[in-house]
Design a protein around this ligand. Structure first.
Ligand code: 13P
Ligand code: SF4
Length: 432
């Protein structure tokens, strides 16, 4: 199967994908080069119109012309040459959602939990080039050895979900919840509330969790982390992804009626004092626009068209979609589930298209397709193109560090506490 970029170019030219079948992309602008959006404050082509980027979000400056005009094969050559020159001085981490054009250069490919671990296993590298999104690079900077530079090849690679919770709104929420619950532990020593932030959040929020007896989770260890939090607290404030919080807590037996939503734009988050007093998990009003595209109708259509299909979705999908699927799990869970299937199987997958198409390519013994028929990559992950990777690497060869992500010292120590708790909370062995 062709890379997502090749598919998008083919759709733009012919209305058909690279296999000749009619297909649509969620935005014609996806066919443009990512540098056409440099210097513009937006998540990028294909992002949901409902995602409003906060003012002050990092913007990428103009990529030097030689990287914009070089043919992609030349860029690949230059990336390989720069890597060879730098040797062990540099390590490239790539998230599963990156373009194939980037993944081929990654030293480690993984989900956000695995990449956070990987960042700690390369103390000899002077630079960690993180091909992922901003919160992942921040996490690597918190966990990296003193003096290591973490580089995000395109500074505009943020995450709209992570931006849905900011430190001021979370502090304001916390003050209201403390006023309601008090701060005294119960007879079992459990505090009234423990903050849990999803990895997809700023370092400032991870530091908040570190300061307040809380923890970070990823989609692969969310259940272990909630168990950890319930051992220490009567309830949890979970931000920013309502869907991961709801899907995980529901799987653990928490009733939906005990998961009120906190909308930071409403007084008391839009819930009543009684609802909050009865809560087990207070869910922040955040979501991922990529995973919100998956629907129950798509699951039903996959079942109608492919009897026996195995439907696996990411837990950032809305609850009815997770309920309609056969299984849900992190990106690495999905990868392992497919790898573990011994019989030729048809899989319908509810996660980002770059990863789904790569799995289809790697497993010709199975039929693997994305539940969403429209090609819609994560708009921010997609902003990392080989041109940016070649640029940051060649700058390193020249002795210059560009696009460095540095978490302020004032946040680092507390964020590390919450992240180390997370790294100790191993994902549960999956039954795949
Ligand atoms: P994983 O933790 O599964 O890698 O997911 C990261 C992410 O951003 C999903 O949208
Ligand atoms: Fe953020 Fe969603 Fe993209 Fe993941 S897929 S980085 S949650 S916008």
């Amino acid at each position: 199967m062709a890379s997502v970029d090749v598919i998008i170019q083919s759709i733009r030219e012919t209305g058909r994908n690279a296999a000749g079948r009619p297909q649509e992309a969620c935005s014609p602008a996806l066919a443009k080069a990512p540098w056409e959006f440099d210097g513009v404050l937006q998540y990028g082509p294909g992002s949901s119109m409902g995602d409003v980027i906060p003012t002050g979000s990092p913007m990428q400056g103009a990529l030097p012309e030689e990287y914009r005009t070089a043919p992609v094969d030349e860029l690949h050559e230059r990336i390989r040459a720069a890597k060879a020159t730098l040797g062990d001085r540099v390590v490239i981490l790539g998230h599963f959602y990156q373009r194939d054009e980037i993944v081929q250069h990654a030293d480690f490919l993984g989900d956000s939990f695995q990449l956070a671990n990987a960042a700690q296993t390369v103390p000899n590298a002077e630079a960690i080039v993180f091909c992922g999104v901003h919160f992942m690079a921040e996490t690597a900077d918190v966990l990296a050895r003193e003096g290591q530079a973490v580089i995000l090849p395109n500074l505009a690679a943020g995450c709209s979900m992570a931006d849905m919770a900011d430190i001021d709104s979370v502090e304001a929420c916390w003050a209201q919840l403390e006023a309601l619950y008090g701060t005294e532990p119960d007879a079992d020593g459990r505090v009234p509330i423990v903050p849990v932030t999803y990895m997809n959040s700023s370092a400032a929020l991870k530091a908040f969790c570190g300061r307040h007896g809380g923890i970070v989770c990823t989609s692969s260890n969310a259940e272990t982390v909630l168990e950890w939090a319930f051992e220490r607290g009567q309830r949890v404030l979970f931000f920013p992804d309502q869907h991961l919080g709801r899907n995980t807590a529901k799987k653990m037996g928490v009733e939906l009626s005990r998961m009120p939503m906190w909308n930071p734009r409403k007084p008391l988050g839009g819930s009543s004092g009684d609802e909050l007093l009865d809560a087990k998990v207070v869910l922040w009003h955040g979501f991922c626009s990529v995973h919100k595209r998956f629907t129950v109708e798509q699951v039903e259509q996959a079942r109608a068209e492919h009897p026996g299909v195995r439907v696996i979705v990411h837990p950032e999908c809305p609850m009815p979609v997770v309920d309609a699927a056969d299984e849900s799990g992190s990106t690495d869970y999905i990868r392992r589930a497919i790898e573990a299937a011994t019989e030729p199987t048809t899989f319908a997958i509810g996660t980002e298209i770059n990863m789904v198409n790569r799995l289809a390519e790697q497993h010709p013994e199975h039929t693997i397709f994305c539940l969403d028929p429209v090609v819609c990559p994560c708009s921010t992950m997609y902003r990392i193109h080989p041109g940016y990777l070649a640029w940051v690497l060649e700058e390193l060869v020249a002795g210059r560090v560009v696009n460095r992500i540095e978490v302020p010292e004032s946040e680092k120590a507390d964020a590390r506490i919450a992240l180390e708790r997370m790294l100790a909370a191993k994902p549960k062995p999956a039954g795949v």
